[in-house]
Design a protein. Structure first.
Length: 655
């Protein structure tokens, strides 16, 4: 039975592995393109999931926008923006003859989109005219990322379309940007052959036999349109951290198993961690990422997302041994029960409890570690490539996270890279003083680097007084330097800090930021739509603008795209920009959002922050049960105290 959410309009195309359909999505109240597989072939499913992950990480006006990943009884599917347009050859040569004014602008937009892909560490690997659509308004859209890959990732197979594949691609070499530049050259030659001789030299360089001899996609775009407007990046550039990245990678190759990135708030530690993760993935490592959050009071707040990623990785192809280990480790992480055999899963559900893991002091020695710890270590060790755990904001980690990290680093051959704020004094910092680790200090940016960032984003050189003001206002913080440059590019005055950037935002955009900030967890688009009182179609371009400004990031989580703040610095700035009544109102909306039984603890927190103390007390008993079931005993004790206040209050009224 197909999903009743979708109504088929027509089939757009079909191939050996699947079909692309135009469907009406009742949940979004709009037409979308749905790409579905024929059946549940594991290899094809991995490709589809990778296509979704790659697209979910991108925001650019010339790249098709992905919506969701799901499945029904027919097979898996992804939905994405429906493009009403024609292929690039039909657009530029509607009757066979070239329309000159369309050619360069279209190629420039295409090259800019490809440059954006490459800056995000992604190679398309199947650029051809039918995968480049142009709308009636002239907007270029690159589609079909089924063969896309991470930069430098091993591929070991020839993939692409004959006639558009670069020589190295035909040899099955790993993905690299030159693959796409070569395909761009073929498309440019087909568009302009014989009619735009001034493009001949550029096209010849794009078709050079070796990647090193070809220009970059950004060079191509600039050559085609010298006044190319600033474009959003999938992630802020490393911004002067290249040497630190090389240092971390070198240390890991030399055998370092625990590295701690330490620096002040807002100096770019998260961007550096993301770059490290991408580089390690390109080297063939399996990178599992998590982030500790101050407002997440359930156990293992820094490792929960890592376990979810592990479940997703093994869901299709776990071995029998891995399924047994997952069942054993589910005594600590219930999510791992999804990997267990059906009979084992039913038994786990029947007796689902979490052992009390917590003592005081240093990490648990191996002979005291519960079975679940050992099983998780064995599960990680069973993966087919080196495993790296990366944990952002470890200074917010709970005791569970710290103890399990300590156990895993000694029990299995993994590497761990963590981020901590300089000056924090908590469990994580005390743990690091007791274990061997290598410290990587992330200092504020140098003044010359701030100058370069601001000038690049402003697209002009800075007057001496402007450079001085930019250095003073940025204080070595990359996000503020980016904001200063982008504001100058619009001809506006220089902001004194991030708070001024937030004040300048349209009110709905600040509401979106406030929602994500106070939720203290990633939110999907449907939740943000309800919280900000915007339709999804209104919300998506706003998220793109916030993403381009470096204020939010997005990622795929299971079968949906989620949005989170890019930096805690944004959260701190919002606290001073949005008035208390706006905070209270948003907490009230979040309380309504957190209506699910397993989210009662979050609902209580939001009710109290909204000033609705009575409702919080009445909801507390149910939240106690949830917290105890999930092993959050300290949280359960606090909630029980709140619940007892409700009982005493009721007794006093009855008396």
């Amino acid at each position: 039975m197909t999903d009743p959410r979708f109504e088929l309009v027509r089939t757009l195309g079909a191939g050996g592995m699947g079909v692309v359909e135009l469907v009406y999505d009742r949940a979004r109240d709009e037409r979308v393109a749905r790409k579905r597989l024929r059946g549940f072939d594991a290899r094809a499913l991995r490709r589809l999931k990778e296509e979704f992950r790659l697209l979910a990480s991108l925001r650019h006006e010339n790249l098709v926008r992905v919506h969701e990943l799901g499945q029904d009884e027919i097979g898996p599917w992804i939905t994405m923006e429906a493009i009403d347009g024609v292929d690039v050859l039909s657009h530029c040569r509607p009757d066979g003859a070239l329309v000159p004014e369309r050619c360069v602008a279209t190629l420039a937009a295409l090259a800019a989109a490809v440059a954006h892909l490459h800056e995000a560490g992604i190679v398309h690997r199947d650029l051809k005219p039918t995968n480049v659509l142009v709308t009636a308004e002239g907007t270029v859209k690159v589609v079909d990322f089924g063969l896309a890959g991470r930069l430098g990732a091993p591929r070991g197979e020839r993939s692409g379309t004959a006639g558009y594949m670069a020589p190295e691609q035909r040899r099955g070499e790993p993905p690299e940007p030159g693959n796409d530049v070569y395909a761009l050259g073929v498309i440019a030659r087909e568009l302009a052959i014989g009619e735009r001789p001034e493009l001949g030299e550029l096209v010849a360089r794009m078709l050079a036999p070796t990647p090193a001899s070809r220009p970059t996609a950004r060079d191509v775009a600039s050559a085609l349109r010298r006044e190319l407007a600033p474009m959003p990046r999938a992630k802020p550039a490393l911004l002067g951290r290249e040497a630190l990245l090389d240092d971390v990678l070198a240390r890991r190759r030399s055998g370092a198993t625990l590295l701690a990135l330490v620096g002040e708030g807002g100096v770019g530690k998260t961007a550096l961690l993301d770059a490290i993760a991408r580089a390690l993935e390109a080297e063939g490592a399996i990178v599992l990422a998590g982030r500790a959050r101050a407002a997440e009071l359930l156990p293992f707040n820094g490792l929960d997302a890592i376990v979810d990623a592990l479940v997703e990785r093994l869901a299709v192809e776990a071995t029998q041994e891995q399924r047994v280990l997952a069942a054993q480790a589910s005594s600590v992480f219930g999510a791992l029960s999804e990997l267990a055999d059906p009979d084992a899963r039913r038994e786990l559900v029947r007796r689902a409890t979490k052992a009390s893991l917590f003592g005081h002091g240093s990490p648990l020695p191996a002979d005291r570690a519960p079975e679940g710890f050992a099983a998780l270590a064995d599960l990680l060790a069973s993966l087919p490539a080196p495993v790296v755990l990366v944990v952002d904001d470890l200074h917010w980690a709970d005791r569970d996270t710290v103890e399990l990290l300590g156990y895993l680093t000694g029990a299995c051959p993994i590497s761990v890279v963590v981020v901590l704020r300089d000056g924090a004094e908590g469990l994580a910092e005390r743990w690091l003083t007791q274990v061997p680790h290598e410290l990587v200090v992330v200092d504020p940016l140098r003044e010359t680097t701030v100058d370069a960032i601001v000038a690049r984003e402003a697209r002009r050189s800075l007057a001496p007084e402007e450079a001085l003001a930019a250095r003073s206002n940025a204080r070595g913080r990359p996000l503020v330097a980016l904001a200063i440059g982008r504001r100058l590019a619009l001809g506006r005055s220089m902001p004194r800090g991030l708070d001024e950037v937030l004040v300048d935002l349209e009110a709905p955009a600040r509401t979106v930021l406030l929602a994500v900030s106070l939720a203290a967890r990633p939110l999907d688009l449907s939740a943000l739509s309800a919280l900000a009182e915007l339709s999804v179609s209104e919300l998506e371009p706003m998220i793109e603008r916030l993403h381009a400004a470096g204020l939010v990031g997005s990622s795929d989580r299971g079968m949906r795209v989620e949005v989170d703040l890019e930096s805690d610095e944004v959260r701190r700035a919002l606290a001073g920009v949005c008035p208390p009544e706006a905070h209270a109102a948003m907490h009230a909306r979040l309380a309504e959002l957190e209506g699910a039984p397993d989210a009662t603890h979050r609902r209580v927190r939001h009710l109290r922050a909204a000033g609705r103390e009575g409702e919080a007390r009445r909801a507390a008993p149910e939240a106690v049960v949830v917290a105890e079931r999930r092993g959050a005993f300290a949280l359960a004790a606090d909630l029980a105290e709140l619940a007892s206040e409700a009982e005493h209050g009721a007794a006093a009224v009855a008396w």
